[in-house]
Design a protein around this ligand. Structure first.
Ligand SMILES: N[C@@H](CCC(=O)N[C@@H](CS)C(=O)NCC(=O)O)C(=O)O
Length: 209
């Protein structure tokens, strides 16, 4: 297997943390998003969406989308389970992972990509160019604050995001919180549940990748 990766890309980091939690070592190739290497023809033959990550299997099959890559790895390397151990846990993990993606990760991306000069005319990932919309940057920040409030409440009810066990939903949430540095947003001093959870998940060796 080979992973197409970029150190600073949060979606690629989701997969790297997952791989580390599984105790796997997958060789990787860096796609330099800083010089727009994802738009090169060679890379677009690997991922026509012009995004990282992408996983190439030994038979040449390509899987893209960070969640799909993780789900594949979960099936092939079930231990330790990171996507739930039975139908109900799997549903709860996927429910929370999706909530984090939609209300947390997407909010930060909206804020960052619509404000950073680097993303001028590149406010949406992929091959097509889209102009920035400053109002969306503001909306992204406000949505992220809502997301932190949701997480604070949730983590007052359970040890981890999707329940009592560490899962892919914790990985997506931790990566989201770290990604929020790009919009200068962070967990509040008045959010003790989030503080407790973040210290635990970011202290795991897998978080260092
Ligand atoms: N839904 C995709 C999104 C992947 C994605 O947005 N990747 C970003 C890096 S985090 C990217 O490749 N951006 C390329 C660009 O900015 O043009 C996934 O989960 O893998």
């Amino acid at each position: 297997m080979q992973l197409y990766d970029f150190k600073m890309a949060p979606n690629a980091r989701r997969v790297r943390v997952f791989v580390a939690e599984k105790g796997l070592a997958i060789p990787s190739v860096e796609v330099d998003l800083g010089s727009r290497a994802q738009l090169n023809e060679d890379y677009r033959r690997i991922n026509p969406m012009a995004e990282v990550p992408a996983l190439v299997l030994d038979d040449g099959t390509i899987i893209t989308e960070s969640t799909a890559i993780c789900r594949y790895l979960e099936e092939v390397y079930p231990d330790p389970p990171l996507c739930g151990r039975n139908p109900l846990e799997r549903a709860q993990v996927m429910m929370w992972d999706r909530r984090v993606e939609q209300h947390g990760f997407a909010a930060v991306a909206e804020g960052f990509r619509n404000s950073s000069p680097f993303f001028k005319d590149r406010s949406v990932t992929g091959a097509a160019d889209f102009a920035q919309i400053p109002e969306l940057a503001e909306r992204g920040k406000a949505r992220f604050a809502n997301f932190l409030a949701l997480m604070e409440q949730r983590l007052g009810e359970s040890e981890h995001v999707a329940g009592e066990r560490y899962s892919i939903a914790d990985i997506t949430a931790m990566v989201t919180i770290d990604f929020a540095r790009t919009i200068r947003a962070k967990i509040g001093e008045d959010q003790p549940n989030l503080q407790r959870w973040y210290a635990a998940v970011s202290g795991r060796p897998s978080a260092q990748v």
